[in-house]
Design a protein. Structure first.
Length: 167
């Protein structure tokens, strides 16, 4: 799956980013201090460049919240993500004075790419999903790689804004 800029999630300009999250009630998130990246079996992921950009953005967001990335299986949390892109048709109508006055009206259609990223956080010891966040937005990648990375960082910061959940 070629998702060049797929998640240039933040490089999506036309529509607002929609974010939702959920978590297991009663989870003591204060016990989590470290995390390790894992691959979610069967998950769609972008090319290596965008994969690195997404992981870097999530790493920065989690580091800003006091979490430490480790490579050992002794991590408190496992973090994984997956992406999806859908094509949606958008109709634009314009013109004329309306049917009453005999004016002409036209409609055009365009195809929009809508990208979704889902971040899953697991309790490593119990191997149970404890938090899930999802972000969806229209994708319009920039030709500027630095701008794409900045937009991905903004999108991941917004997605992880309420992680860990407060009691």
């Amino acid at each position: 799956m070629n998702l060049v800029g797929v998640l240039a999630v933040g490089a999506m300009a036309a529509h607002a980013q929609q974010v939702a999250s959920n978590y297991v009630p009663g989870t003591d998130f204060s016990k989590y201090k470290t995390y390790k990246w894992v691959v979610i079996p069967g998950a769609e992921v972008p090319d290596q460049i965008v994969d690195a950009e997404i992981k870097q953005a999530i790493d920065a967001s989690l580091a800003g919240k006091g979490f430490t990335k480790v490579t050992a299986d002794t991590a408190d949390m496992f973090v994984g993500y997956q992406v999806a892109v859908q094509q949606e048709r958008q109709w634009n109508a314009y013109g004329g004075m309306g049917w009453r006055f005999g004016g002409m009206a036209s409609a055009t259609s365009s195809t929009l790419s809508v990208g979704t990223i889902i971040v899953d956080i697991y309790d490593a010891k119990a191997q149970q999903l404890v938090w899930k966040g999802e972000s969806t937005k229209t994708i319009e990648p920039s030709k500027n790689p630095q701008k794409n990375q900045e937009n991905i960082q903004k999108a991941m910061n917004k997605l992880l804004k309420d992680f860990p959940p407060s009691k």
